[in-house]
Write a protein that binds this ligand. Structure first.
Ligand SMILES: *Cc1c(COP(=O)(O)O)cnc(C)c1O
Length: 353
């Protein structure tokens, strides 16, 4: 090791799902939306004034913050935006998890949480999901330095009832509680109304899944005015211009098209329920996902083998070689047509076994 390497901050990075680019691929591995963004986004793109790119963007991200505040009927002082919810969550970890007590998040959850905790030197503890892969709310009632979990949880897709979330927030008013709602639009209940009651609750959402804009990198959060102010202080201490001009304009155009949003979400929900029935018929087992993915296991079929067989056919799903979940695959819900091809592949695969 060279001398300078001794003082390098060593981290084990998060591994994102692969981004292959095959013409015939069916990409069901990173929970993207299979439908394009709203036509209004495409229109705004065409109308964009490229000469304005010489100027820095608005550091307050006002057009986007206002569009989000109007759509969700909150004050703009209750909205924070960032470069994907990963950016929002990372800033929130830095801003709010600054205690000697461990931050709590489930053992099976979004695998970025422990990466940020390690990077920022935040102590953490991971209560185990129960045998049905549900979050046990009682595990979040003791002393801690903050709490974060997705609802619905990833990669399980299981939602926690809003009453249980409120119980956790109510029992933890001395720390910040973050609910990561990356998938909430696909059928779970949002904790957003609770921000009026609890000033320590941060609700994080994203344009990457239900709004078909993963490539644009837009995330946002709702919280009390005080909480949002602290978050902005950290942002302005790090990078004043996190949101670029296209993100601000296209994001605002996207939020304005509620009808298209509801339509695509409904299509995905319908295909999800169809896919669940087909998977059940083929002997797969899974919890009742409220997200745009299904987390499945098969009693007689090793997950890794199936993952590799699918991959050969350019059907990409997600496999995690991790304790407790190494016999599972996480399958994103694609278009109806893509899911029909996927099911046909499975039928042939099992016929040959
Ligand atoms: C996808 C995802 C995110 C981050 O998405 P962004 O693209 O950064 O907005 C955050 N949390 C969970 C649980 C996710 O699945």
């Amino acid at each position: 090791m060279r001398t300078w390497e001794k003082n390098v901050r060593k981290v084990i990075p998060y591994t994102p799902g692969e981004q292959p680019d095959e013409p015939d691929m069916i990409k069901l591995n990173t929970n993207e939306n299979p439908y394009p963004p709203s036509p209004r986004v495409l229109q705004a793109w065409k109308e964009m004034d490229l000469s304005a790119m010489r100027l820095y963007p608005d550091p307050t991200a006002n057009v986007l913050v206002e569009a989000i505040a109007a759509e969700y009927k909150v004050k703009k002082e209750q909205v924070f935006v960032g470069v994907g919810s990963d950016d929002v969550l990372a800033m929130a970890f830095q801003a709010f998890f600054n205690s000697d007590q461990p931050v709590l998040f489930p053992d099976i959850t979004y695998s970025f949480y422990d990466v940020w905790a390690e990077l920022f030197g935040i102590p953490y503890r991971c209560p185990k999901l129960n045998e049905n892969f549900e979050i046990v709310k009682e595990d979040y009632m003791g002393q801690n330095g903050g709490i974060v979990f997705p609802n619905p949880n990833a990669p399980t897709g299981i939602q926690m009832p809003l009453e249980d979330i409120e119980e956790i927030v109510r029992a933890n008013q001395d720390v910040v509680v973050i609910v990561d709602e990356a998938y909430v639009d696909f059928g779970a209940q949002s904790a957003l109304p609770l921000i009026e009651k609890y000033d320590n609750l941060l609700v994080v959402q994203t344009f990457s899944k239900s709004r078909s804009m993963a490539g644009m990198r837009i995330g946002y959060a709702f919280g009390s005015e005080t909480l949002i102010r602290y978050l902005n202080d950290v942002k302005y201490s790090f990078n004043s211009y996190t949101m670029n001009r296209p993100s601000l304009l296209l994001g605002a155009a996207c939020v304005a098209d509620r009808e298209y949003f509801q339509e695509t979400v409904a299509k995905i929900q319908k295909t999800r329920e169809w896919t669940k029935q087909e998977l059940k018929r083929l002997g797969f087992e899974f919890a009742d996902s409220k997200a745009n993915f299904i987390f499945v296991t098969h009693p007689s079929c090793p997950a890794k083998e199936l993952f590799e067989a699918l991959r050969k056919r350019h059907i990409y799903v997600r496999y995690f070689a991790k304790p407790r979940i190494d016999q599972y695959l996480r399958i994103t819900v694609g278009t109806q047509e893509e899911m029909e091809t996927f099911i046909e592949f499975l039928e042939e695969y099992f016929d040959k076994q």
